[in-house]
Design a protein around this ligand. Sequence first.
Ligand SMILES: [Zn+2]
Length: 71
Amino acid sequence: MNPLFDNPDTEVCPACGSAGPLEIVYGFPSLEMMEASQVGQIVLGGCEHSGTVPAYRCRDPKCQHSWGDVS
Ligand SMILES: [Zn+2]
């Protein structure tokens, strides 16, 4: 487990109901963030902060719904 990132087990996809979504992390990725994204722990959101900035993405590849708000 990587202690840098929360595992949002309590979040549930509002579109399909899948639990435990991927956390979307914004900003220039560190090496640890790149590794975490490669093993499917997080999603890299990039540096762009225009429009909506969702906090989570559904881990179901058929859904990929994004929701939440980065605070
Ligand atoms: Zn979903």
